[in-house]
Ligand binder design. Structure first.
Ligand SMILES: Nc1ncnc2c1ncn2[C@@H]1O[C@H](COP(=O)(O)OP(=O)(O)OP(=O)(O)O)[C@@H](O)[C@H]1O
Ligand SMILES: [Mg+2]
Length: 205
C-alpha cells in the first residue's frame, strides 16, 4: 500500500538578484516553521555540480544537467522526512521543474540600495554593475514568466522593508494565501523609474 502521509510538503521557490536577501530571509523563516532550506548556489558548490569557475565574472558556471536530478532526489528525501515546507532559493531557482513549485516569490531591490548592499559585500565594480543591470531589467522575474506555471509569480520589493517584515509577508502568503494580488509580478519597474528620473545612463553606458 502506498504511504501518502509524507506527500504534503509544500515548496516555496525564492528567486531574485544577488543581494536581494534570499538567503537571509529563508533562514529567518526557518526560525518559525518546520522548513528545510536548499540554497542552490551552496548545494552546487558543495556537491561539485559545477562546470567551471568563471574568473572574469567571478562566478561558478552551474552544471544544470547534474544539479537538477540531484535536486529532485533531495526533494523526495525531504518529503519523506515530513517537512511541512521546503524553500529552494537562488538567483537561478528558475531551474526548479514546474511540477515542484507551489509558490514563486521574487525578491526585488531598488538599484541604488542594491548597489550599496553589493558594495558592502566587497563585490568589485564590474560584478556590482552586472547584477544591478540584471535587477533593473527584471531578469529573475522574466525567467519565470517563460515557464508554464500554475501558480502566480509574486514579487516583494525589499528596498525599505526589514528581514522580519519580509519574513512575515512570506509566511502570510504560504500559510494563508493572504493578499496574493498585492504581490503579483509586474508592479516593480526599475526601468520605468530610472527612465522617469533620466538616470538610465548611469547604469547602462
Ligand atoms: N531587507 C533588507 N534590508 C537590509 N539589508 C538586507 C535586506 N535583505 C538583505 N540584506 C543584506 O544584504 C546582504 C545580502 O543578503 P543575502 O545574502 O541574504 O542575499 P542573497 O539574495 O541570498 O544573495 P546571493 O544571491 O548572492 O546569495 C546581507 O548582508 C543582508 O544582511
Ligand atoms: Mg544567498
Amino acid at each position: 500500500m502506498v504511504d501518502f502521509t509524507y506527500l504534503n510538503m509544500k515548496i516555496l521557490v525564492i528567486s531574485g538578484t544577488p543581494g536581494t536577501g534570499k538567503t537571509t530571509v529563508s533562514n529567518n523563516i526557518a526560525n518559525y516553521l518546520k522548513v528545510k532550506v536548499i540554497s542552490l548556489n551552496e548545494l552546487a558548490i558543495s556537491e561539485n555540480l559545477i562546470i567551471e569557475y568563471d574568473t572574469k565574472r567571478e562566478t561558478s558556471i552551474i552544471n544544470n544537467s547534474k544539479l537538477i536530478p540531484f535536486l529532485i532526489k533531495l526533494i523526495e528525501k525531504y518529503r519523506k522526512e515530513n517537512f511541512e515546507f521546503l524553500i529552494i532559493e537562488s538567483h537561478f531557482s528558475d531551474i526548479v521543474p514546474e511540477r515542484f513549485i507551489d509558490w514563486v516569490i521574487i525578491l526585488r531591490c531598488d538599484p541604488d540600495e542594491l548597489f550599496i548592499r553589493l558594495k558592502k559585500r566587497g563585490y568589485k565594480i564590474e560584478k556590482i554593475r552586472e547584477n544591478v543591470q540584471s535587477e533593473i531589467l527584471g531578469n529573475c522575474v522574466n525567467f519565470f514568466i517563460n515557464k508554464q506555471l500554475d501558480t502566480p509569480i509574486l514579487e516583494i520589493d525589499t528596498t525599505k522593508i526589514n528581514i522580519e517584515s519580509i519574513t512575515k509577508t512570506i509566511m502570510d502568503i504560504i500559510l494563508k494565501d493572504k493578499d496574493l494580488e498585492k504581490y503579483y509580478a509586474g508592479k516593480v519597474d526599475w526601468l520605468e523609474k530610472l527612465f522617469q528620473e533620466n538616470r538610465l545612463q548611469e547604469f547602462f553606458d
